[in-house]
Design a protein around this ligand. Sequence first.
Ligand code: ZN
Length: 497
Amino acid sequence: MSTTPYESLVADLKEANAIGSVLSLLGWDQQVNLPPQSHDRRGEQMAALSKVYFNAATNPRIGESLSAIEAKGDAATDDEKVVRKHVRKDYDRLTKLSAEFVAEKARLDTEAFQVWTQAKPASDFAMFAPFLQRQIDMAKREAAMLGEPDAYDYFIDKHDPGMTAVRIEALFNELKRDLVPLVRRIVGSPVKADRSRFKGFPAELQRVFSREVSAAVGFNFDRGRLDTAVHPFCSGDAKDTRMTTKFKEDFPLSSVFSSLHESGHALYEQGLPMDMLGTPLGEAVGMGMHESQSRLWENQVGRGRAFWKRFEPRFREVFAPRLDGVSSEALYLAINDVGLTPVRVDSDEVTYNLHIILRFEIERALFAGTLAVADLPGVWRAKAKELLGLELRSDAEGVLQDVHWSGGAFGYFPSYCIGNMIASQLWYTVLKAMPDLERDFERGDFSRLLGWLRTNIHAHGRRYDTEDLVKRVTGEGISPKHLLRYLNERYVPLYCG
Ligand code: ZN
């Protein structure tokens, strides 16, 4: 029996993906289990396997199958159209960049990262600046080699298919207009959360509680694991999902929310069509949609009163007697603590979006050529003042704080805020369909919400681009008004009531 180009393509993609998943597993193991003196060995293993992966992913047969499916034009099936669109982009990225370019980029990534790790503690932007300039130049060269007319849009599309800088700018400007005054109101309020009562919460007990919460929202521990790592992440796929969290003994709520966040990512992975794993029909849409899933579970669900009606008694029981004397209202305020910090990763869900808008505006100007790398620290400080009302003390807590640019990861930051907007938009859509949904949460039952996400988001893989899927599910394009509504409904009564 002869196979069709589509069947051949799917088989080749699945094989490459299986090899890639072993690489990802080695990466997971490196962050979770690897003995400290074994990193060299792991480097050798990963380099060797990377070559095998590259050969599988650039197999000329993939190119031939792809051309044959493209030649079918409109006669191709819907599935074929989805697969060829995304695989063409991925295949070109792997095959059209010269070997010299790829090697140069790998060297630059290593070097720039090492320089950044020194420049940050020294707060020495001048040390890092030439490497950032080189990453921007490389990014522009990459886009040009692929025939992409706009380098920044090319990088945005890598993370969120179909999105552009112009579209994001319109969304962020609308969000900024109402969010800046809202943040001023909340941080100006005399109501403050008190974290001083959360001392000495053993990691072992936090692990127990985190696992319970992850299982309750629907994480399948028979097809995945929850471990600890310095920086929490979720990797793996629908059949074997590896998520990690971390435990801060002086603030156990942070591990609860990091576990819920990663569970949101994991639930998306576990809900993707397993039979199409390794092809665009079994993959997530992009970063923004992925982030919408993690944020929805972490914030809309996990920081809500209904969720804590179910979990507060258990939280107190697991950590008894440490929360004696902390009222329910004080606990709820600590769960929804909002305050200003110059550091993005330490910020709360309200101010977080302003940190992203700042980075987007800077990246956009850098790529447009209207901002020189040398002027970056000053512009960063001015924007921190304008958006957050903060006076920065150093570049370490300003322009040097994030690792992303050292690796040339441009166009990635906006995804976080796009994810926040989509999360709120999905939240109000599901509440419209199921007005009593939060009653379920009070009983610890999240199956209706997960079922809705499975059907409306997860089941489609990459069939629709980010905004197309949002439109399909919610009836309108991405809009910041839902995020603004959510933040107002949750935080104004708490801080300005
Ligand atoms: Zn995330």
